[in-house]
Design a protein around this ligand. Structure first.
Ligand SMILES: NC(=O)C1=CN([C@@H]2O[C@H](COP(=O)(O)OP(=O)(O)OC[C@H]3O[C@@H](n4cnc5c(N)ncnc54)[C@H](O)[C@@H]3O)[C@@H](O)[C@H]2O)C=CC1
Ligand SMILES: O=C(O)C(=O)Cc1ccc(O)cc1
Length: 360
C-alpha cells in the first residue's frame, strides 16, 4: 500500500463508475472509504470489489465525494453538507456552473463545498466498470469560487494528487465553456455520425477501420447521463454547434461544384485547419514534443506483442505510446509504436534486422 496525502475517512456518495473508481483508488492507498448510494445493490457490488465499507452512524468523514448524476448533484451535495457539518464536500459532475448556482441560492454552507471534474471516464457506467487507475495522468478540474475557504479545500487537492491526476484550476464558467468544446460537442458529433450507420448496408460497415472507430467510440455512451450533461451545458454547446453548422455549410457549398475555380482550395483550407487544430491537443508529454510513429505488423499468434515489446526494450528505446489495430478475421495486427524522432531510424532498422515487418 502506498502513502497518501488524505487522512480520511472519505465518504463516496454514488457508487457507480466514477464513485467506485475514486473509492478503489483511495483504498489502494490504504484510506478508509465509506460507500453510499441510492441503490443498495451498487453499494454491495462496490464493497465486494474492495472499494470500501458501508456507512456507520458514528462516521465523521474528512472529505465527501459526490458522484451521482448531474440533475441530483446539487441536492445530494446540500444534504451531505447538512449531515456532516465538519466535512469538505466536492462533486465530480461534468458541468459546474448550474450546480454552484443552485447551491448558492439555497441555504447550504458553500464555504465547505468546491466542485470538481475529472476528465476521465468510460462509455459504460455502474460499479462493475470502475477502475482504480481511471484518473492516473488525467486532468482534474477544481472549479474555484469566492465563498470557499482555501485552507479547508486543500483536502480536494490531496484527493486529486492521491489518485494520480493533475490538478487544473478554473472558474466554473471557464470549465463549462472548455468541456463544451472538448467533451460535450464531440459527444454530439460522434452520436450523429454513428446514427448514420443505422440504415447503412452491412457491406459498407464491414469496411470500417480505425479512423471511424476513433471518431465514434463515445457514441456508445449512456444516453441518460448525456441528456443531463447536454441540458445542463446547453448554451455553450449550442454556440459551438452553430459554428459547426457554418463549417458544414462551407464544405457543402464547396462540394456542390468541386471543379469550380477555388473549390478545391476551400476544401484544402478546411482540412489543413484541422491538421493545425489537432496538433494543439496536448500529447502524453505536453504540446512541445511530437513523436514518430512506427507501424509493425504482428502475426495473430499468442505472445507476439509481448515479444515485440521485450525486443524494443532490448534495443534500448523508450516506448512513448502504443496503439493496436486488429481487424477481426485478419491474420495480422498492426502495432503503432510512438517513439522520440531521434530514436525512430535505429529502432526501425533493428526491428527489421530481427525479422519484424515494418508497415510504415
Ligand atoms: N461517465 C463518465 O465518463 C464521467 C462521469 N462524470 C460525472 O460523474 C457523475 C457520475 O457518473 P457515473 O459514475 O458515470 O454514473 P453511474 O450511473 O455509473 O453512477 C451514478 C451512481 O449514482 C447513484 N445515484 C443516483 N441518484 C442518487 C442519489 N440521489 N443519491 C445517491 N446515489 C444516487 C446511482 O445509483 C449510481 O450508482 C455524473 O455527475 C457525471 O457527470 C464525470 C467524469 C466522467
Ligand atoms: O471516454 C472518454 O473519452 C470521455 O471523454 C469520457 C468522459 C465523459 C464525461 C466526462 O465528463 C468526462 C469524460
Amino acid at each position: 500500500m502506498s502513502e497518501s496525502r488524505l487522512i480520511g475517512p472519505v465518504r463516496v456518495v454514488g457508487a457507480g463508475l466514477l464513485g467506485t473508481s475514486v473509492a478503489l483508488g483511495l483504498r489502494s492507498r490504504g484510506i478508509d472509504v465509506i460507500l453510499a448510494d441510492a441503490s443498495p445493490t451498487h453499494v454491495a457490488i462496490a464493497i465486494d470489489l474492495g472499494a470500501g465499507r458501508a456507512a456507520r452512524p458514528d462516521d465523521r468523514p474528512q472529505l465527501i465525494v459526490v458522484a451521482v448524476p448531474p440533475d441530483v448533484t446539487a441536492s445530494v451535495v446540500a444534504a451531505e453538507l447538512a449531515a456532516f457539518p465538519e466535512a469538505i464536500v466536492t462533486d465530480v459532475a461534468s458541468v459546474k456552473t448550474g450546480i454552484l448556482a443552485e447551491l448558492a441560492a439555497s441555504d447550504a454552507d458553500v464555504s465547505r463545498y468546491i466542485g470538481s471534474h475529472p476528465l476521465a471516464g468510460r462509455e459504460r457506467g455502474g460499479p462493475l466498470a470502475a477502475r482504480a487507475d481511471l484518473f492516473a495522468g488525467r486532468p482534474w478540474v477544481v472549479a474555484a469560487h469566492d465563498a470557499i475557504s482555501y485552507q479547508r479545500a486543500s483536502a480536494i487537492d490531496d484527493l486529486i494528487l492521491d489518485l494520480g491526476a493533475t490538478l487544473v484550476e478554473m472558474s466554473p464558467e471557464e470549465h463549462d465553456r472548455g468541456v463544451a468544446l472538448i467533451s460535450h460537442v464531440p459527444q454530439v458529433v460522434s452520436s450523429i455520425m454513428a446514427r448514420r450507420f443505422l440504415d447503412a448496408p452491412n457491406a459498407a460497415l464491414g469496411l470500417a477501420g480505425q479512423g471511424v472507430r476513433d471518431v465514434t467510440r463515445i457514441a456508445a455512451s449512456d444516453p441518460d447521463l448525456w441528456v443531463q450533461i447536454l441540458g445542463a451545458n446547453a448554451a455553450p454547446v449550442r454556440d459551438i454547434l452553430m459554428d459547426y453548422r457554418d463549417d458544414l455549410d462551407r464544405f457543402i457549398e464547396a462540394l456542390g461544384d468541386p471543379t469550380a475555380p477555388g473549390a478545391r482550395r476551400k476544401v484544402a483550407e478546411e482540412l489543413t485547419g484541422g491538421n493545425t487544430g489537432v496538433e494543439r491537443l496536448p500529447g502524453k508529454h505536453g504540446t512541445d514534443k511530437r513523436f514518430t510513429t512506427i507501424i509493425v505488423m504482428i502475426d495473430d499468434r499468442p505472445g507476439q506483442l509481448a515479444r515485440l515489446l521485450a525486443e524494443i526494450g532490448e534495443i534500448g528505446v523508450n516506448l512513448e505510446d502504443l496503439r493496436l489495430e486488429h481487424s477481426p478475421g485478419r491474420q495480422v495486427g498492426l502495432a503503432e509504436i510512438a517513439v522520440l524522432p531521434e530514436a525512430a531510424d535505429r529502432l526501425t532498422d533493428e526491428l527489421a534486422a530481427r525479422g519484424w515487418r515494418i508497415a510504415g
